[in-house]
Design a binder for this molecule. Structure first.
Ligand SMILES: Nc1ncnc2c1ncn2[C@@H]1O[C@H](COP(=O)(O)OP(=O)(O)O)[C@@H](O)[C@H]1O
Ligand SMILES: [Mg+2]
Length: 248
């Protein structure tokens, strides 16, 4: 579905991503990494808001690394950017309409009311808010609108950049359940710092540090990795080995 090959990208001549390669298909392909690792740079390179320096990005075999963001969206790639980025002064419903327009532009026949009904089913909290200006919603609700806006574009692939960052822990839990639900029908590339809560819902995980993938594997493999446990899950550096030998 998505293939990233030897991708390098950066800003004003400085390299952030250094020869990244991975693939993302059905389910959730999760890229975890600390602040500044290059997660957003990766997302921007994939969805066309940043032109990579070298390497390839392919969707269904079509190279897109030289295409503008609008053209990549036309291929069915939808984005939930970092911090949602809604049109704050527009009503929620009008933000959704903008997403829907992407599907119309591709020549699809769109039943907007039916799409909104689906959105209300997925995010019941948004129902009473549809006519409110987007900026009046809570951070969690705005993140839901951003996801809904991407979904009404009828994408074939969804890219989400740190959707849980800054949200109340209760909302994080809720949102992760929704993302898991969406991923049943739509392949997702997800970036996150929240290792503990997002790794379990992933199909495949890549750990990004300083612009390089330093570890990749299944959720089980990632959660069993010593360094991940120490650095990202805050476990003690030296677990008491005595217990094991005493028991043996
Ligand atoms: N628009 C930009 N202009 C210049 N440097 C940037 C820009 N965006 C990000 N960077 C730099 O690129 C590196 C990776 O940032 P980013 O991709 O935002 O990481 P992450 O999303 O993992 O926190 C950081 O050193 C950051 O300062
Ligand atoms: Mg980021």
């Amino acid at each position: 579905m998505l293939q990233v090959r030897n991708l390098s990208a950066g800003y004003f001549g400085s390299t952030v991503l250094d020869g990244l390669s991975f693939e993302a298909g059905a389910g959730i392909t999760l890229v975890i990494g600390p602040n500044g690792a290059g997660k957003s740079t990766l997302v921007r390179s994939v969805v066309g808001s940043l032109r990579p320096v070298s390497g390839e990005v392919l969707f269904d075999g079509v190279p897109v690394q030289r295409l503008r963001a609008e053209r990549i969206a036309d291929l069915g790639v939808a984005t939930v950017p970092e911090r949602a980025r809604l049109f704050g002064d527009l009503r929620v419903i009008d933000n959704l309409r903008l997403g829907s327009r992407l599907a119309t532009r591709r020549g699809e026949t769109v039943d907007f009311d039916a799409d909104v009904a689906e959105v209300r089913e997925l995010f019941p909290d948004l129902g009473p808010k549809l006519k409110d200006p987007a900026h009046s919603l809570s951070g969690g609700q705005q993140q839901m609108v951003a996801i809904a806006r991407a979904l009404v574009a009828h994408p074939k692939f969804l890219v989400m950049d740190e959707p849980t960052t800054g949200l109340h822990p209760v909302l994080v839990k809720e949102l992760i359940v929704k993302i898991e639900q969406v991923a049943r029908n739509l392949p997702i590339l997800l970036t996150e710092q929240n290792v503990l809560q997002t790794v379990p819902i992933a199909t495949h995980v890549h750990l990004l540090e300083a612009g390089r993938i330093v570890l990749a594997g299944t959720p089980q493999e990632i959660l069993a990795d010593d360094r991940v446990r120490r650095v990202y899950l805050g476990e003690r550096a030296h677990p008491p080995e005595a217990t094991a030998s005493e028991a043996g």
